[in-house]
Design a protein around this ligand. Sequence first.
Ligand SMILES: Cc1cc2nc3c(=O)[nH]c(=O)nc-3n(C[C@H](O)[C@H](O)[C@H](O)COP(=O)(O)O)c2cc1C
Length: 129
Amino acid sequence: MLHRVIYASEAVGATGVSTISLAHILGAAEANNRRDAITASIMFHRGQILQALEGSRADLDRLMRRLLEDRRHTGLRILVDTPIADRALSEPISVCPDPDAILEKFGASEISRLTANEAEAILEFKAAA
Ligand SMILES: Cc1cc2nc3c(=O)[nH]c(=O)nc-3n(C[C@H](O)[C@H](O)[C@H](O)COP(=O)(O)O)c2cc1C
């Protein structure tokens, strides 16, 4: 059985802003998520983070434990945690290319204002149409 978890958190320092910090996060996510058959998407916007994760319960729980201990972000709160029939995401990790456009499309000015339903609707970060 597949599950989807979507969480929001607050970046600490340059997390998600500096190229090196982004490279570290995406490097670990790419390797680990591929190993664990987790598909994921992530958005960095004005010091806030939104990440969607799909995979088996056990693998998601292990990843959430690592994420909760990771000091590069703080204030992690789960918005969505639900069983799913099919994946919406296909890559080990994909990064939202234009957070402003996506949030504007959903009438939200920032990640912290997203409802669970909105977070689930935007997880693929498709701005067009
Ligand atoms: C915002 C953010 C998102 C992350 N996303 C992932 C992820 O999708 N998959 C992953 O394995 N690690 C992710 N990490 C890193 C984990 O917190 C942790 O450092 C890493 O999984 C440890 O992997 P390692 O034991 O291979 O070093 C993320 C970290 C941050 C700060």
